[in-house]
Design a protein around this ligand. Structure first.
Ligand code: PLP
Length: 284
């Protein structure tokens, strides 16, 4: 496996980062995951746009153009003969001389890119995505969840909660008992043919898959997508629940805390959304 690190293409086993890298010491960095199917990147510009916004918001200055990112990613994919992978990008604030909270202005970011087999490489079409079981948990994360920061400890522990219970994902809710998102995904709830999803704010990551799906549904169907807070209690009586992410694409949730969602199988609206997603995903 070849990876990109600070200007070099290296064997993954040979790539080295200093223990004084702030990404290692503080989780001080931003990351991105871009899905690639049949050698084609999905939502490339949207992902890079989010990466840049994230870097900006934590004052890491890196003014790479879309073209610069694309050249490195394409070169990496070629070197790895990658077809169906996710491209992982991480930019940390860089390596300092000592461990200190305040950051030096004169360090340059550590830039790392690798290709990784998709976590759920068994399916490429959203329509084939597995039906998911999810548990719920009070959202324990910080108040800047719109930033795709590498400090993911709370997400990791939330996801581990699902693993421990032998389910697929943990769906999170805030102190007002409103759904925020999954530990690694965004959430949609369907009731009486209307599709609801929490609005973009500091409680959720602005998912690229979420944005693509909303755009597709709005432009290509009569289905109404309403972005507003969803009470957990309303989700419990939903007809359908979907999760979206770069690796899940659009997946149906069939049990919530052990109770069937709708009739306990993938619903008709999900099927429409998945087909639409498969038809249009390469145009983003
Ligand atoms: N929410 C969280 C917390 C995530 O980690 C992710 C990424 O996997 C998503 C939502 C979905 O974002 P995207 O569709 O851009 O992959």
């Amino acid at each position: 496996d070849t990876v990109y690190l600070n200007g070099q293409f290296l064997n993954k086993q040979k790539a080295r980062i200093s223990p004084l890298d702030r990404g290692f010491l503080f989780g001080d960095g931003i990351y991105e995951v871009i899905p690639c199917q049949a050698g084609k990147l999905i939502g490339f510009e949207l992902h890079i746009q989010r990466l840049r916004a994230g870097l900006d918001s934590i004052s890491i200055s890196l003014d790479w153009s879309y073209q610069q990112w694309q050249d490195i990613i394409e070169s990496l994919m070629k070197r790895n003969q990658a077809k169906d992978v996710s491209v992982y990008i991480q930019v940390s604030r860089g390596t300092d001389r000592i461990r200190q909270h305040g950051f030096s202005q004169d360090i340059s970011p550590t830039i790392f890119v690798m290709c990784q087999a998709m976590a759920s490489s068994a399916y490429l079409a959203a329509v084939d995505s597995p039906e998911l079981q999810v548990m719920t948990q009070l959202d324990q994360r910080w108040r800047n969840c719109h930033i795709k920061a590498t400090s993911l400890l709370a997400n990791v522990l939330h996801f581990q909660h699902a693993q421990r219970l032998h389910v697929d994902e943990t769906l999170l809710y805030n102190a007002q008992q409103q759904l925020t998102e999954g530990s690694t995904s965004n959430v949609f709830v369907v009731k009486k043919g209307r599709v609801f999803t929490p609005p973009l704010d500091n409680q959720i990551l602005p998912g690229v898959t979420r944005a693509m799906l909303i755009d597709m549904l709005t432009k290509h169907t009569q289905i109404e997508v309403v972005q507003k807070p969803i009470l957990l209690s309303d989700a419990r009586t939903a007809d359908e629940i979907w999760l979206t992410s770069s690796s899940k694409q659009v997946s149906a949730v069939v049990t919530l805390d052990g109770v069937a969602v709708g009739n306990g199988a993938k619903g008709k609206w999900c099927d429409i959304a998945q087909q639409l997603f498969d038809r249009l995903k390469f145009s983003y």
